[in-house]
Design a protein around this ligand. Structure first.
Ligand SMILES: [Zn+2]
Length: 360
């Protein structure tokens, strides 16, 4: 079984890791870990799984990379900035880092389908990926930082292609994970402007009521960038079967995330260990298969690993040491009956088809 020639990862928080975790993602993984020895400020210190050399080694040549800055003066599960203006400023810093990585030849921003297509060909045909820039499409995870319609226009001009209105808890535009409630009036206006600007709606993190509200109101393209199956990990962070059906009807692609808390039932945050569940990468195939059985095909699932989303190996499958290990999934996928064309579609083809249909 040959490894995939390209993996498209629909969700990485690269700039958050650079600017809040203070990681230089150009360094080898072992060096990033070495520099964090003794640091106790965050639970995933010394456990990171994502850096540019590992992405290249695993042929993750193309990703959706986020700007992310929450506003939260009261919700405590995840801290946030004390004002939306601070959140906006944080996303400015994140964008400046992406630009610096472009200047350094590490990343290249892709905004249109012809750019994506040319980049895919470059990676698929390269004998060695060691020197290739990694392509990224810009998205915004949680829109609290968007101060006004003008700020969204500016973000669009900077190359933003997708937006998730909310993150955890109550937000300015709606209600997110661990919360319940509809979109706010500003959230409804945001969706209208997103349609005008031809932005993709990322439904990930919308609570059930806001999810319903958003799908009813938004008529543009929809995806779920990093989102697993609730029947296999019971929490409103994951998709119900009805939500999966609604997404399939809209032509969405759903990115599989490798955060243990989203892969199994009853994971206790910051207490459980992957060993407690004998959790291996292969578990994700139950999620993939669940969606494919509902769809009747393998055209609505992709990878949205979220592997740098605030956790490391303390909260990932035991047989995942770096993002490059995602490529090994081709073996259990084949063993479960997935044909080479299906496997290629899951690793990259489905999200690429979506972009071909919806990017200009
Ligand atoms: Zn997320």
């Amino acid at each position: 079984m040959s490894l995939p020639s390209l993996i498209f990862d629909a969700h990485l928080d690269l700039s958050m890791n650079a600017m809040e975790w203070n990681r230089d993602l150009r360094l080898p993984q072992v060096e990033i870990r070495r520099r964090e020895i003794g640091m106790k400020d965050l639970p995933d210190r010394g456990n990171n799984t994502v850096c540019f050399p590992e992405m290249r080694r695993g042929r993750i040549g193309l990703c959706v990379a986020t700007q992310i800055a929450r506003f939260s003066s009261r919700f405590s599960r995840l801290p946030g900035w004390m004002s939306p203006e601070q959140a906006w400023a944080q996303t400015r810093g994140q964008l400046a880092w992406y630009r610096a990585m472009e200047e350094a030849g590490e990343l290249v921003q892709l905004r249109t389908w012809p750019e994506v297509s040319a980049h895919v060909n470059l990676w698929r045909n390269a004998a060695s990926t060691a020197k290739l820039p990694i392509g990224y499409l810009l998205s915004l995870e949680g829109a609290d930082s968007i101060l006004s319609p003008k700020h969204l226009e500016q973000s669009r001009a900077e190359g933003l292609i997708a937006l998730g209105p909310v993150h955890y808890g109550p937000g300015i535009y709606g209600h997110g994970t661990d919360d319940e409630g509809p979109l706010t009036p500003r959230g409804r206006d945001l969706l209208k402007q997103m349609e005008e600007l031809k932005l993709i709606l990322d439904v990930t993190h919308l609570c059930d009521e806001s999810f319903r509200d958003a799908l009813n109101r938004f008529h543009g393209p929809v995806w779920a960038s990093h989102h697993n199956v609730r029947a296999l990990a019971d929490w409103n962070r994951q998709l119900t079967d009805d939500q999966i059906r609604a997404l399939i009807e809209r032509g969405a692609v759903i990115g599989m995330a490798f955060d243990a808390i989203m892969m199994v039932h009853n994971w206790q945050h910051h207490r459980s260990k992957p060993q407690d569940f004998q959790l291996r990468l292969e578990k994700i195939i139950d999620h993939i298969d669940h969606i494919c059985q509902i769809a009747g095909n393998a055209r609505h699932v992709g990878i949205g690993s979220d592997l740098d989303g605030g956790y490391g190996t303390e909260q990932t499958p035991m047989d995942l040491n770096s993002i490059a290990d995602l490529a090994t999934l081709c073996v259990p996928l084949a063993a479960r009956g997935y044909k080479p064309a299906d496997i290629d579609n899951i690793f990259a083809g489905n999200f690429l088809r979506f972009l071909k249909d919806h990017l200009q």
